[in-house]
Design a protein around this ligand. Structure first.
Ligand code: GLY
Length: 392
């Protein structure tokens, strides 16, 4: 056997060496260089008063800053700047923060956490610029306007003919901003709301198998549950993949700030549901819904994979299952770094990742690059470099 291997290596040595997979550090460094190139291209295609949203049929769709994803483009630019020290990227990041700044007073829905913390929070962590902190502090005050004390949650979307007081699992992602502001200021008002919301969500959104409903709708007068349904998933009883990833990330963050073991147990339980699910494909990138029929024709959601990788890397900092989580995060990052998911230079109008899904029931953003997939991919790579490679 050894002789056969030596002969093979002797004949094809160069090719064999060339095909060795890159180590994670080299892979991540390569991906951040690619990201700098791609995001300059994306920036050049995006009108100065807009944010990129998705890319389909060779065409970029943008949004204004009140769309829930608006903070991810500036956030990604800051993450790329942090990894590459590219001054051109920094200027772009600063320009897009300026555009985003008025959103600190946005109260149209719950998404002010995504919009401000993923942009200004990331910028403040990297630069320490006190002006950025001021914006986050203001955003947290406005975020509380949607708190409903009777229901004990922050209302996600406004009342409509479909919902009364809808709360979606995604809202767990907006709590980091509140917890951070309390930690920085010593004012517990913000963290009290975050904790109350997280507890209500834990009680009402989660099923016995630790999968989550997408939407729980409440009566504003009594706080009673009116319905548990899906908005973007396959069915009311299914496990919409990105929703599971939002919950995993959200309860991990809850544990980071509170050190309450209930949140660690919850995050571990969600991680178990996702990582051990029989429908999770071998490459670690979930189908758009865990209950969708597995198969080559069923859409994946790269955004769910990226969020899951980033969350697992943080959860590994706290959990007894650290080794397993790091291995799964590495698998996901390697998959997302392969040509199946990652753009070639100058491809995808400058986005990084292919194959995300916004909302299949609305036939919206299906199998396209999305800004938040890129953002959490970049964040996960930064975390892997800092927490796994440095630890070795
Ligand atoms: N928060 C909306 C989504 O995840 O699609």
């Amino acid at each position: 056997m050894r002789i056969i291997w030596l002969l093979f290596f002797g004949m094809y040595g160069t090719q064999v060496v060339a095909q060795q997979p890159l180590g994670m550090k080299d892979l991540i460094d390569r991906n951040f260089q690619l990201a700098a190139l791609q995001y300059k291209l994306l920036y050049s295609h995006t009108p100065a008063d807009k944010m990129p949203r998705y890319f389909a049929n060779d065409s970029l769709t943008t949004s204004n800053t009140s769309w829930w994803t608006s903070g991810f483009f500036p956030g990604s630019l800051w993450l790329i700047y942090e990894a590459t020290a590219d001054e051109g990227i920094k200027q772009m990041a600063e320009q897009r923060l300026q555009l985003q700044e008025p959103m600190q007073r946005y109260t149209g829905n719950h998404d002010i956490g995504f919009m401000i913390y993923c942009s200004f929070g990331t910028a403040y962590r990297i630069t320490g610029n006190p002006k950025y902190k001021q914006v986050i502090d203001t955003a947290a005050v406005y975020q509380l306007e949607r708190y409903r004390p009777v229901v004990k949650t922050i209302q996600s979307w406004n009342s409509s003919n479909r919902y009364t007081c809808p709360v979606i699992i995604d809202n767990m992602m907006n709590l980091e901003q509140l917890l951070w502001v309390s930690q920085q200021s010593g004012n517990s008002r913000f963290s009290e709301v975050a904790i109350t919301h997280a507890n209500t969500t834990l009680r009402n959104h989660y099923r016995p198998d630790h999968s989550s409903y997408h939407v729980v709708d409440y009566d504003l007068q009594s706080g009673a549950i009116l319905q548990k349904v899906t908005h973007q998933g396959l069915s009311n009883e299914s496990a919409w993949a990105r929703g599971q990833a939002w919950g995993l990330y959200g309860y991990t963050v809850m544990y980071r700030f509170t050190k309450n073991k209930i949140y660690l147990q919850q995050a571990d339980a969600i991680a178990k549901f996702m990582t051990e699910h029989p429908n999770l494909p071998e490459d670690g990138i979930p189908y758009w819904d865990f209950n969708a029929k597995p198969g080559a024709d069923t859409y994946r959601d790269a955004s769910a994979g990226a969020i899951m990788a980033s969350a697992l890397l943080e959860l590994a900092q706290y959990s007894a299952a650290a080794k397993k989580y790091r291995a799964m995060a590495e698998k996901i990052l390697r998959s997302l770094s392969s040509p199946r998911y990652l753009a070639a230079p100058n491809e995808l109008g400058g986005f990084l990742l292919k194959h995300s899904v916004g909302s299949i029931p609305h036939n919206s953003e299906v199998d396209v690059p999305l800004t938040y997939a890129d953002y959490y991919f970049l964040e996960a790579m930064k975390r892997y470099k800092e927490w796994v490679i440095q630890d070795k």
